[in-house]
Design a protein around this ligand. Structure first.
Ligand code: C2E
Ligand code: MG
Ligand code: MG
Ligand code: MG
Length: 293
């Protein structure tokens, strides 16, 4: 940050100007995102989630993408951080929930029953009308309402645990289950998990990626699996990229997995064919059929 004092009196001008410029650029970026939402430039991609043991597809995670007219496909890490403290994140979050439900209805109509999990930003989750909006959105899609799940970052759950616990509870009353996303990155302990009534834990991909080479990460994965089993929570491993990851996770007793090794996030239109071509195999030979590695 530019330090005005060091620069002396006559630099105050520049300081103010730079501040203004920063605010201006930030404002432009936010309004461009807002415009993009209004222009229909956003879409949801879906990444399948599979049951490693049964070899079946159990659902998909909805992941937002921005199809920018000049910049092409823009990943969420490039625009969500700009608006995470802005009211717009709430608006986008509502759009995500409505779009996912609409998509699930379309799939339902062609006989594809998939659970879909939707990521919820901290500010969105804690907005006073979050549960109210969710209830209204679900009531417009009664055929698929019970198959929606929410993903809440572990770190945002830790921000205000009492409040987030209550919200998770209210979601459960709507038959919507919650998962703690990027689990392990928030310095969680036994106590935290006891207080958060989330049904699922998603082990952060950094631990999965490195469990093969770093025994410390393996211990963490084992620890999370033990914790989850003690508290009767389901576990999804994120970032499953290789056959080795899948095999190890199965041996460790982890049932569900997501990752580039299974499928990358894809446009909704590609999902029905992907699901139809996925070969379930109880003997886990399914893993050999995958084009992993
Ligand atoms: P996340 O919820 O933890 O989602 C997983 C991210 O890891 C996704 O990135 C996914 O494409 C990527 N990924 C999945 N498998 C693999 C793998 O095997 N290897 C590697 N290297 N990466 C893998 P994406 O789509 O770029 O999303 C990044 C983050 O942005 C998400 O992390 C989530 O926190 C946030 N996000 C995405 N969509 C939304 C949304 O609709 N609303 C909110 N609030 N956040 C979202
Ligand atoms: Mg997620
Ligand atoms: Mg994650
Ligand atoms: Mg993440």
């Amino acid at each position: 940050m530019y330090h005005a004092k060091q620069a002396g009196k006559n630099r105050f001008h520049i300081f103010d100007h730079e501040e203004d410029l920063h605010v201006r650029v930030q404002y432009d970026r936010v309004s461009r995102i807002q415009e993009g939402l209004a222009n229909g430039e956003f879409s949801l991609y879906y990444q399948p989630k599979v049951d490693l043991r049964k070899g079946s597809v159990v659902g998909a995670e909805a992941l937002i993408r921005w199809h920018h007219p000049e910049r092409g496909l823009v990943e969420p890490v490039e625009f969500l951080p700009l608006i995470e403290d802005h009211e717009l994140i709430v608006r986008i979050g509502e759009w995500v929930i409505e779009t996912a439900l609409h998509q699930m209805d379309e799939w339902h109509d062609i006989g594809l029953e998939l659970s879909v999990s939707v990521n919820v930003a901290s500010r969105q989750l804690q907005a006073s009308n979050f549960v109210q909006h969710l209830r209204a959105a679900l009531s417009n899609h009664p055929n698929v309402a019970s198959k929606v799940e929410l993903e809440i970052l572990e770190t945002s759950a830790l921000e205000d645990m009492a409040k987030v616990s209550r919200i998770i509870e209210q979601c459960r009353e709507l038959d919507v289950s919650c998962a703690l996303d990027d689990f392990g990155t928030g310095y969680s302990s036994l106590t935290y998990l006891k207080r958060l009534p989330a049904s699922t834990i998603k082990i952060d991909q950094s631990f999965i990626r490195e469990m093969v080479t770093d025994p410390n990460n393996l211990v963490i994965v084992q620890g999370v699996l033990g914790l989850a089993s003690a508290f009767q929570r389901q576990v999804v491993a994120e970032g499953v990229e290789t056959v080795e990851h899948g095999r190890m996770l199965l041996q460790l007793g982890c049932d569900y997995a997501q990752g580039y090794g299974i499928a990358k996030p894809m446009p909704a239109a590609q999902m029905p064919a992907w699901v139809a071509n996925w070969r379930p195999d109880p003997e886990w030979s399914a893993i050999k059929d995958l084009r992993w590695n």
